[in-house]
Design a protein around this ligand. Structure first.
Ligand code: PRX
Length: 602
């Protein structure tokens, strides 16, 4: 009989030191994650559907791919990469829509030991350039275009813009998806369909060390450029499989749908690796929840008889605003478990989800985790943990949180509020920031020495249940997407009329947080609306449409301390509409600035 797994058992489970910081799981273990996610299942599940793909256009046919087909496709793409000179350890940028090929691409990298760096296809050329150059990617896998509801987006032309500033890129491989005309540079750009024909469907997996890199995924920092979080193979695989099965109580044969984009960690861990490691059927949905109408999610859920549905509070809040008839026209009886992720869920949204989508029968698992944690950390276990709306409830077995006060003391009792840290390693934790271990240490292990600092605030109530209250740094979460205010500020500052900018978040009904920008111009702007739209377009071009400010207030100065530090606390209060509750402003250089800002607040 064919040997299914070619790896080797680990010599030691864990080696760790949070002061360095250094964490190694399954030391000495050898494996290939694709063998665990695909080959291992072929003996029993070759004909079971691994991936259901539902396209943007509801009238187009969906596709069901069995584990055998997934295996063959992944091997072919792996060989295509090899034919293009990609080797173990090379970094591969993936900038693709939500189509099955994006899954093949990521898994194909893993098959040959290349490191994928998937970039959300809603990011613009500027964000791509930063990410490609930081990771030193050799090749880009992309497509001619993508769909977003009725709109078509030309992805290849964004790549063309970016690539001139990416010296490490040797080639691109372009999947034909929308059929839009693209320019192809001879010797640099290759069509996927032409290259794949030359690639065989047999590819021996590269045997990797448990601590070799699986992928780099960028997340915003509160200062500076995005951080390339490094995830390694063994621990990530074990933890995503464990959390997937535990939290969602996945049963063989069930259909699991996580609505995230694969460009985010949620897509990596719970569209691809976790479900596939568990031999599940996972849905890849290309569309958006609002097109052709607000019933699209429920249509897809009915069509594929989805059993476990996992989405973001921002989606729930926007769907909640639509008439209930959009929900009631579909049969959602197959849904057994609901999940949310990405930002705090408000009680109203929780109850709407529980009542109307879950028919008051399905547990809602509010899962707290991060790009850095790789997998779910604090969450109810479906049908096991008591539910408490707006609470992520309890740490999963093995996860050891500690709530800290600002002076660095652990608050060890119940009924406390403070900063959330984790005091013991878990297998899927990021090992470093690519190329900058010092930043990794400074960001996560220095605020509370010996502990991993999440950047989140939390409450632990009298029962020991956790409620995540939000970021305590300069990161804002807009529609579930993490964004550094500094990144948005520097994009706005690129406008020639702009002298200085400060960006803060404010509560937004649907997005959770909106982006509020205070902008100082060199000269008083005459056409404020024109300038606002120029600034929005610029941010969209530099970072991506998700970073466009919702509100732009032109001001003549910013509240600063005598040492020149912007007092963001005040700006946040004004943006929140709490003008009368500004607290101590005595340390400001020029308190009159605050009156002006208050008067002009939007
Ligand atoms: O502030 C927390 C919030 O999202 C942040 C992590 O964002 P990102 O790395 O993009 O990963 C999102 C998907 C895992 C966290 O620091 N967050 C995530 N889940 C929750 C949450 N806040 C409250 N409740 C949650 N369930």
């Amino acid at each position: 009989m064919r040997k299914i797994l070619s790896g080797k058992k680990w010599d030691k489970v864990l080696d760790w030191d949070f002061n360095k910081p250094e964490v190694k799981w399954f030391v000495g273990g050898k494996l290939n994650i694709t063998e665990n996610c695909i080959d291992r299942h072929l003996a029993t599940r070759a004909k079971q559907t691994a991936i259901i793909w539902d396209p943007n256009d509801p009238h187009s046919e969906s596709q069901c791919l069995t584990y055998q087909q997934l295996h063959d496709q992944v091997c072919q793409v792996a060989n295509m990469l090899k034919n293009q000179g990609v080797k173990k350890g090379d970094r591969v940028c993936i900038y693709m829509p939500m189509i099955p090929e994006v899954a093949y691409a990521m898994l194909a990298c893993a098959r040959i030991g290349a490191v994928h760096s998937t970039v959300f296809a809603g990011f613009s050329a500027g964000s791509l350039i930063d990410r490609i150059n930081d990771a030193g990617c050799k090749i880009i896998l992309t497509s001619d275009g993508s769909y977003r509801g009725e709109k078509k987006i030309d992805l290849k032309s964004i790549i063309d813009d970016a690539i001139t500033k990416c010296p490490t890129i040797e080639k691109t491989i372009v999947f034909k998806h929308t059929g839009v005309r693209v320019s192809m540079k001879a010797g640099r750009d290759f069509w996927w369909h032409e290259q794949i024909e030359k690639a065989s469907a047999h590819c021996e997996p590269e045997i990797m060390d448990a601590e070799d890199l699986l992928f780099i995924l960028y997340t915003s920092g509160s200062t500076g450029k995005p951080k390339g979080m490094v995830h390694t193979i063994g621990g990530y695989m074990v933890f995503t499989a464990y959390t997937f099965q535990t939290v969602f109580q996945y049963q063989p044969g069930q259909v699991f749908w996580c609505t995230a984009d694969v460009g985010w960690i949620t897509g990596h861990s719970y569209i691809l690796y976790g479900p596939l490691a568990a031999g599940a059927t996972t849905v890849i949905f290309e569309g958006i929840p609002s097109w052709p109408d607000m019933g699209r999610f429920w249509h897809v859920a009915e069509k594929h008889r989805v059993n476990i549905f996992y989405t973001a509070p921002t989606a729930i809040r926007s769907l909640e605003k639509a008439p209930l008839s959009f929900v009631h026209q579909y049969d959602l009886q197959a849904i057994k478990i609901l999940g949310t992720v990405g930002e705090p869920i408000n009680e109203e949204a929780w109850h709407w989800y529980h009542e109307h989508i879950g028919r008051k029968k399905c547990p809602v698992v509010d899962t707290w985790w991060q790009t850095e944690t790789g997998g779910i950390m604090i969450s109810p276990i479906a049908h096991v943990t008591k539910l408490k709306p707006a609470f992520a409830t309890l740490p999963l077995p093995g996860v050891q949180p500690a709530v800290m006060d600002e002076s660095g003391k652990e608050l060890a009792t119940h009924g406390v509020e403070g900063r959330l840290t984790i005091k013991f390693p878990w297998p899927a934790m990021a090992r470093t920031i690519y190329g900058d271990h010092q930043r990794f240490k400074d960001t996560y292990f220095s605020t509370f020495p010996g502990k991993y600092f999440t950047g989140d605030g939390c409450k632990r109530d009298d029962e020991g249940f956790y409620r995540i209250t939000g970021r305590v740094d300069d990161i804002i979460i807009v529609s579930g997407h993490n964004m550094g205010t500094a990144e948005i500020e520097s994009a706005i500052d690129e406008h020639s009329a702009v002298c200085e900018t400060a960006v803060v978040g404010y509560p937004h009904d649907i997005k959770g947080q909106g982006i509020y920008a205070y902008v100082i111009c060199y000269d008083t702007p005459h056409e404020e609306e024109n300038l606002r739209s120029e600034i929005r377009d610029l941010v969209s071009k530099i970072i991506g449409p998700i970073a466009k400010p919702d509100k732009i207030q032109f001001v003549s100065g910013l509240p600063k301390t005598r040492s020149g530090k912007i007092m963001r606390r005040i700006l946040r209060k004004v943006a929140e509409g709490e003008m009368h509750n500004l607290g101590d402003t005595s340390t400001l250089t020029d308190p009159t600035v605050v009156d002006e800002i208050n008067t002009g607040a939007l």
